[in-house]
Design a binder for this molecule. Sequence first.
Ligand SMILES: Cc1cc2nc3c(=O)[nH]c(=O)nc-3n(C[C@H](O)[C@H](O)[C@H](O)COP(=O)(O)OP(=O)(O)OC[C@H]3O[C@@H](n4cnc5c(N)ncnc54)[C@H](O)[C@@H]3O)c2cc1C
Length: 405
Amino acid sequence: MTTETIVIVGAGQAGGWAAQTLRSEGFAGRVVLVGDEPHRPYERPPLSKAVLSGDAHAETTHLLKPDAFDALGIDWRPSVGATFIDRAAKQLRLTHGEPVAYDKLILCNGGRARRLNIPGADLPGVFTLRSIEDAAALGAALSAGKRLLVVGGGWIGLEVAATARKKGLGVTIVEAMGRLCERTVPSEISDYLLQLHTSHGVDVRLGTGIERLAQNAQGGLTASFGDGSELACDAVLIGVGLVPNDELAREAGLACDGGVLVDSQCRSSDPDILAAGDVAAWHCEWAGRRMRLESWQNAQEQGIAAARAALGTTVNHQPLPWFWSDQYDVNLQIFGMPAPAHRVVLRGDQSASSFVMFFLDGDKVVAALGPNSARDLRFARRLIERRTSVDAAQLADLQVPLSKL
Ligand SMILES: Cc1cc2nc3c(=O)[nH]c(=O)nc-3n(C[C@H](O)[C@H](O)[C@H](O)COP(=O)(O)OP(=O)(O)OC[C@H]3O[C@@H](n4cnc5c(N)ncnc54)[C@H](O)[C@@H]3O)c2cc1C
């Protein structure tokens, strides 16, 4: 192993896993971890759930306790941004400090919350949610009796809405598309989510966009919507998706297309530069297309895969996509990539608190999802991964245990 310095850009979840994997795989060379946040690597899912509600402290999100992190012997550069990759010299330039030479570079610099280009988007009381600081600022604005407007009916918007209801706020969700989470789930699940939120007292407005925000005489904000209606509120969360931080790669001439393009070995168009996590786009065999997978599972597994690939191990990063969301008392999990072409088989009652929806391609289950069905979904995952042929009638039959299939 001739590689002596491996530099990781981004001390988030993928970067943190890449750094610890280099050590657990026995790499004794120099590891430099450059992160523009002041924190050690941490996980973001609790930021819209337990951390936002105040039930968990921000430090519980850290991947490793400080002692364990320090024991890795990593040259961690907190609050330092990477500004330019000089590929010819194999050097990374930073916002401050000396340039850092690399033998292998792993880009784990994630993405940022998409902003809305409307009047009033920068007013006080308007929030996005990506970092620990964002969660602290939004959390401070969530006091009982106030009204929160959530712009965007995607996962983060829905989770924040649930947390805000739990804290006693009135909540309105406005979503420009015709249904909730339209990009990621079939219409049956959008309907389920709509029912879940309306039954918890959320005012959900579909098919209309926000056009402007302005301060009102009561010291709050007034939102104006495309259908001509208005809403007075105390705080606004903009939850309209993520922009991948691929500018660093693009300026260095790496192939990018809505993310840094990598192969299943996590290698970019420069074999000495790899990428993992929210910033990386690759051909996902389960989806049958190139995509970025914005999920906890992918950040961890691709971070690990990229580190191993940087050390010369042959990897094939093709995990079955897994995503979960927690809203109220519901834990919804999705395995695989449901698509309109799949045949849907329902196990259980869709109006009940738990059921499983299977997605079949021929006689094979290719995706499954459901609320509060962790056990059944574990079996579903095996059916998918083993590509087991199944009988749809048996899948739907609650008398037939999934373990038997
Ligand atoms: C509020 C919230 C809730 C979520 N909930 C879930 C969930 O329930 N289930 C699920 O599966 N997924 C969830 N996710 C998604 C999951 O957290 C992300 O997919 C994951 O964090 C991606 O990890 P990453 O390391 O690629 O990016 P990040 O964790 O964003 O890390 C990237 C890091 O790079 C830093 N950086 C960027 N540019 C530079 C630069 N030039 N120089 C140095 N550092 C830089 C960033 O500041 C950041 O620290 C959630 C995400 C959020 C924001």
